[in-house]
Design a protein around this ligand. Structure first.
Ligand code: ASP
Length: 340
């Protein structure tokens, strides 16, 4: 049976061409993609597409955008074998993380890709990224999809979406998955690392659309002022904080700092400890500077990325769970986003 894929074009550099008069980048009408990439006609797959209106630079992604994207997938889920999401690179790691949580029981590929150079530029990386993302979304192992999860394909690598960060604004190799190996590597052949890929199951897709953005990322730095921390933790309505700590989850031990965190936790704010490092994990208790965080009730995020942590927090708070349940779920792997 010919695989059928839905290409969801949301915006970003990949779909842009240079205006010959002004030199400015502008979105290219996706209906004309075959003019830009006639090679797409050679695929043996049924390719259909939808374009978001307006197309957005991914810096403008909002929870509303994620709901729209999840809804498009939900409404087309039975009709297609897989989905390719063309998305700006700037916030792709956040969107891929969020979609992984919103799409519970996903058993079809949702492959995000984009590019550093617009499709309308001769040297574009978009063409390869797009073609390989299509190949991967269509790939099957018998009657099952090879990659039944939300992933990012970029520059020869397929990565679990909720494990990625954008770490380079210049190189074609723009994404990093510091704590999880690639799901597939692309060379002459596409090598799938099946043991690392989530398994399919027969449960029904359940799409969660309630998100709560009463959250904050607080990145520590030497010299951070007490007034900044105290005011941040006293924002009215704040429910969850991603605390970006040093190394294996370490933070200052100054009384003012610990007291501010303790007071916030006592008020019901959930504080989630993630590391500023791009590889490795939070290990609360390894150093004295983190034992105290443990003691006052900060929740350790193991090796989760900041992008995935903030998405997971918005997702869990949106479900309306009691704090205890949110805290428990923050410490387990729901979609392969962390290693306990
Ligand atoms: N600013 C663009 C975006 O994220 C960059 C890109 O697409 O790579 O939409």
């Amino acid at each position: 049976m010919t695989p059928s894929l839905l290409i969801i074009y949301t915006g970003g550099t990949i779909g842009m061409v240079k205006d010959p008069h002004t030199g400015a980048l502008q979105p290219y009408p996706f209906e004309d993609i075959y003019k830009l990439m006639p090679v797409l006609r050679n695929f043996d797959y049924a390719l259909h597409s939808v374009s978001f209106a307006p197309l957005i630079d991914s810096s403008n992604v909002t929870p509303g955008f994620w709901v729209k994207l999840a809804t498009v997938i939900e409404e087309n889920y039975e009709k297609y074998d897989g989905f390719v999401v063309l998305h700006g690179t700037d916030t792709m790691a956040y969107s891929a993380s969020m979609l992984s949580f919103m799409l519970e029981n996903l058993s079809k590929p949702v492959i995000f890709t984009g590019s550093q150079l617009p499709m309308g530029v001769i040297r574009t990386d978009g063409r390869d990224n797009f073609i390989n993302a299509i190949e991967i979304a269509a790939a099957r192992n018998g009657d099952k999809p090879m990659v039944p999860e939300v992933a990012i394909y970029f520059e020869n690598k397929l990565m679990r979406g909720n494990r990625t960060s954008k770490y380079n604004a210049e190189n074609f190799n723009a994404f990093l998955s510091g704590n999880y190996p690639p799901l597939a590597e692309v060379g002459v052949r596409i090598r799938y690392h099946s043991a690392l890929i989530l398994k399919t199951h027969n449960r029904k897709l359940s799409v969660h659309k309630k998100l709560d953005n009463s959250v904050l990322i607080l990145k520590l730095f030497p010299g951070i002022a007490s007034i900044v921390v105290k005011n941040a933790l006293n924002i009215p309505g704040l429910k969850g904080v991603i605390l970006e700590t040093y190394g294996a989850g370490n933070a200052p031990t100054d009384d003012w700092f610990i007291d501010a965190l303790r007071e916030a936790i006592q008020k019901g704010i959930i504080i989630y400890n993630v590391t500023q490092c791009k590889g490795g994990a939070v290990d609360m208790g390894k150093y004295e500077t983190s034992i105290i965080l443990n003691r006052i009730g900060v929740i350790g995020g193991f090796d989760i990325t900041t992008e995935s942590a903030i998405a997971k927090m918005m997702f869990l708070l949106g479900q309306g769970y009691k704090n205890d349940k949110v805290k428990k779920l923050l410490q387990v792997s729901m979609r392969g986003e962390l290693t306990v």
